[in-house]
Design a protein. Structure first.
Length: 598
């Protein structure tokens, strides 16, 4: 019997266009058909082919398959709905191919992952808010054109490698101009996905854009909290809970959710569609959560900047030439520190929570005792002690606290005379869990960092000595599940890689290479361990490495004996300089978030 599948090198003929598409592999399969990665042989661009067929891309030599008119109609409806919308967060449809054997939609190929892969574990709220703002903006554009998506769920939301979102699958979309948006039904059940349907959609009632807002509310809650807001054993039970039950309270969710995000999510999940915010309002509120520093008044800032430039220009006309040079090379702003704590003794190793609202640090109690880990909410309340640095009757030091990406856990190091343990503890307090050990004790007296949480919530990145080596720390990925360690890259003999810090866009890892004669070199490499490059070198200690929010520059402290100075350097390299222009850009990462400019 002849096969009806094409090979990866065979073209799918398009009689209407008189050109082939070369298939490179199956991307996914669903009830409506199959999606293949392909290439337009004429334009040499990558595309996705969504084919309405039961056995893959059909061969013209095979017997013709009969396609039910409703299936074809849904395909055409999807193409028309998506092509009617011109928005960067909505997938672009190039054309529709119709032959005797199959119907296919040719659309842009989105390289990335679906948000389903980010469900199951709490994601950083600001990250979720950024994704949600893009989705809500796309839905607002669709609703403005009278188009309701009707199947918003994690599988239909693609996260590209550059952080942008694409909304897929308009197969159930409805145009309100064609009549009331009553939910379509398949085999007696509402068409769509039961776990993400609004109450009115599950009941088969007329729909509005508020139904998409409800579905998006479920997605955002699930991503931020790590759990579905209507937990149930089956999809039908979930649909029943959506229709008649109440969502899981944010305070009862596995992960803490900031009040402003929780309030928005709960308003999106209101049973009454008229009580839900529209998609445009959702997008605006989510952007305020994702980018809190952008709440400044742009026009006022722009007007002030223009006025300042005018003044400087006027001064330059009569200013002596030597003065002009000195003035041009003087920082236009300075950083002013704001105290977060005022405790006696030594407070060190400060680490901000992902939402920037709490700080973890090590403190020796003010009496020269061993350090323990404390957590403090910024601007309110006293510090809360998490650990007690005592083990087997002898003093130990707890230090290097670092937060998990969801803000629920803190990892830290415990150094005793012979060992250095890696442990985790709930940020709210609780039992410690030992993950493993590292062998980096000879360098602890210089107060560097040897630990950070990976972008993968199931692993840490630590500095450790390979077996049989001394004073040669490598960076390792340490599994929280089984304690295994995998090296990220080789470190030259005689040097040590310490102070790892991931960039906010997850693409790069900055770290410090400490060498003979106390030479300090700042490096950046790709998150996967490759592409290493040196940014700068200094005879003085480099401390407190952090990234700017846009992931283009690195801020650090360095200087000879006495107070350190703050420096910035491009992640591509260049000459370090004082960060005197930070006020004009996005806020730097949370480690220095409380710095003020005047």
């Amino acid at each position: 019997m002849q096969s009806c599948h094409r090979t990866s090198a065979d073209p799918l003929p398009s009689p209407r266009l008189k050109k082939p598409y070369f298939c490179h592999g199956l991307l996914g399969r669903g009830g409506a058909g199959e999606v293949y990665a392909a290439e337009d042989a004429e334009l040499h661009r990558k595309v996705a082919l969504k084919v309405l067929a039961t056995g893959g891309i059909p061969d013209p030599a095979c017997a013709s398959r009969s396609l039910s008119p409703p299936s074809v109609d849904r395909f055409i409806r999807e193409a028309r709905a998506a092509s009617a919308l011109n928005h960067p967060a909505i997938i672009t449809v190039h054309e529709v191919i119709r032959t005797e054997d199959a119907t296919a939609i040719v659309m842009e190929l989105v390289e990335g992952i679906s948000l389903r892969t980010r469900c199951g574990a709490p994601q950083p709220v600001r990250l979720v808010a950024g994704w949600g703002a893009q989705i809500a903006e796309a839905l607002a554009a669709a609703h403005a054109r009278g188009i309701i998506h009707r199947d918003i769920k994690p599988e239909n939301l693609m996260l590209r490698t550059d952080g942008y979102i694409k909304v897929l699958d308009f197969g159930l979309a409805h145009h309100t101009e064609s009549g009331p948006g009553t939910a379509a039904r398949l085999d007696g059940l509402p068409a769509g996905t039961l776990r993400y349907m609004s109450p009115e959609q599950a009941r088969g009632e007329p729909l509005t854009g508020a139904s998409d807002v409800f579905a998006l509310g479920i997605v955002l809650y699930e991503l931020a909290a790590g759990a579905h807001p209507f937990p149930a054993e089956s999809a039908l039970d979930t649909a029943s809970a959506i229709s008649a039950g109440t969502p899981l309270r944010p305070s009862e969710a596995p992960a803490a959710i900031p009040p402003e995000f929780a309030a928005l999510a709960m308003s999106m999940l209101h049973k009454d569609p008229n009580r839900r915010p529209d998609a445009a309002a959702v997008s605006a509120r989510l952007r305020a959560i994702a980018e809190p520093a952008q709440r400044w008044r742009p026009r006022a800032i722009a007007a002030g900047a223009i006025a300042l430039l005018g003044i400087l220009g006027a001064l330059a006309l009569w200013m002596p030439r030597s003065w002009r040079f000195a003035f041009a090379n003087r920082p236009s702003t300075v950083l002013r520190s704001l105290p977060l704590t005022s405790l006696p003794g030594e407070e060190t190793d400060a680490s901000f929570s992902p939402d920037g609202e709490q700080i973890a640090y090590a403190w020796n109690g003010g009496e020269g005792n061993a350090h323990s880990i404390y957590v403090r909410r910024i601007g309110a309340g006293d510090s809360r002690r998490l650990t007690t640095a005592r083990a087997s009757g002898s003093s130990t030091d707890d230090f290097n606290p670092t937060w998990s990406p969801d803000g629920r856990w803190i990892a830290f190091l415990r150094q005793s005379r012979n060992t250095t343990q890696v442990l985790t503890i709930p940020a709210a307090g609780g039992a410690e869990k030992r993950i493993g050990e590292i062998r980096s004790s000879p360098m602890f007296e210089i107060h560097m960092r040897f630990l950070t949480w990976s972008l993968n919530p199931d692993e840490l990145v630590v500095s450790d000595e390979p077996p049989g080596r001394k004073d040669n720390l490598h960076l390792y990925r340490l599994s929280l599940t089984n304690g295994s360690k995998v090296p990220m890259a080789e470190t030259p003999e005689g040097f040590s890689d310490i102070s790892p810090v991931f960039s906010p866009d997850a693409r790069s890892l900055a770290f410090l290479r400490w060498g003979p004669d106390a030479a300090y070199e700042l490096y950046v490499r790709n998150s996967d361990g490759g592409g290493e490059r040196r940014l700068t070198a200094s005879p003085d200690a480099i401390r407190d490495i952090t990234w700017t929010a846009e992931s283009r520059r690195i801020i650090y402290a360095s200087g000879p004996s006495g107070p350190d100075r703050i420096w910035q350097v491009s992640s591509k390299g260049g000459r370090p300089e004082p960060p005197h222009l930070l006020w004009m850009e996005k806020p730097i990462s949370s480690r220095l978030r409380r710095a003020d400019t005047v």
